[in-house]
Design a protein around this ligand. Structure first.
Ligand code: IPD
Length: 296
């Protein structure tokens, strides 16, 4: 591509480390003196002053370095800045993915910095500052996990030589999320899917998978499928900033991603759990993301 992805990646990694310090300081402050937690859509859709602060820092750094790039951020979107998707390079940013975890002091939290170009994810950095795990990936450059700071040890993803092949879906460890739309219809269909995945043979459609995990950060779910610790991540209700970095990191690690994020609207061609199960069995890690408004 015409973009120098390696140099953009170096910049984005440095920016993630800088933002990570602000996130850690914010967490210290919240745990000791508390914070103003605001509710966006409803009482489980949270935002703090630190989400806004980190997004402002990131937006400033990006506009200084790449003045022609577009910017879409979770908090600016919430505040009414809703740019159209174009073919221009566009940074799509979630300053704090896992805000609920952040508020509660549960260290499964990350900044997610994704670059979308010609409407495809081409570069991503996901950094969890609490455990110092930095996931990075770019089209054609592979995906990596770096631990130990900027000069730390960098390992190629996935850790295993090739994606592991499962003998059956029941051997899978799967991430799902409850999301923040808790109204009756989506909650019921989600619960039904979770019930079938977890349930044994006495449950109709029961798959009795090794484990279902609901950890609260979409970006880190992508990263952990790329790393190999999760076999599947399935969610309904993601926004572009939840997935823009994760998509390319997962794809470069050999995972299959399906579902839409190129628009604010849903795509309708999401596979069922059945289709997804088949793919895990043939050795492809699967990530399914559906946009807001869809039901399972
Ligand atoms: C949320 C988290 C959560 C997922 C939601 C996201 P936020 O992002 O990634 O795991 O279930 O769909 O909106 O609000 O913490 O940035």
């Amino acid at each position: 591509s015409e973009l120098d992805l390696q140099s953009i990646l170096d910049f984005t990694i440095a920016l993630a480390y800088e933002a990570g310090e602000v996130i850690l300081a914010g967490s210290e402050a919240i745990q000791s003196v508390g914070s103003n937690v605001d509710e966006k859509k409803n009482s489980v859709d949270l935002v703090t002053e630190y989400d806004v602060k980190v997004e402002e820092l990131v937006r400033k750094r990006i506009s200084e370095k790449y003045p022609t790039f577009q910017f879409i951020g979770e908090e600016s979107y919430a505040a009414g800045s809703r740019p159209e998707w174009t073919d221009l390079p566009t940074f799509v940013v979630d300053p704090i993915d896992g805000t609920t975890n952040f508020v509660h002091g549960f260290p499964y939290v990350a900044i997610s910095l994704g670059l979308v170009y010609k409407r495809h994810s081409v570069l991503g950095v996901i950094y969890n500052p609490f455990i110092d795990y930095l996931y990075s990936g770019a089209k054609g450059l592979g995906s990596h996990l770096t631990r130990g700071g900027p000069q730390g040890k960098k390992r190629k993803l996935p850790f295993a030589q090739s994606p592991k092949t499962l003998a059956s879906l029941s051997q899978a460890q799967i991430a799902v999320e409850w999301g923040n739309d808790r109204s009756s219809k989506p909650l019921q269909s989600r619960s039904k899917s979770f019930h079938q995945l977890a349930g044994d043979a006495s449950v109709e459609g029961g798959k009795m998978v090794h484990a279902l995990r609901s950890l609260g950060s979409s970006a880190l779910n992508f990263a952990n499928v790329a790393q190999g610790g999760l076999d599947l991540y399935w969610e309904i209700g993601c926004w572009p900033w939840d997935v823009s970095a994760g998509v390319i990191i997962a794809q470069e690690a050999g995972c299959t991603v399906t579902g839409g994020h190129q628009d604010y609207q849903a795509t309708k061609d999401t596979p069922t759990f059945g289709d997804v199960g088949e793919s895990i069995l043939t050795g492809r890690k699967y990530i399914v993301v559906r946009a807001i408004g869809d039901s399972p």
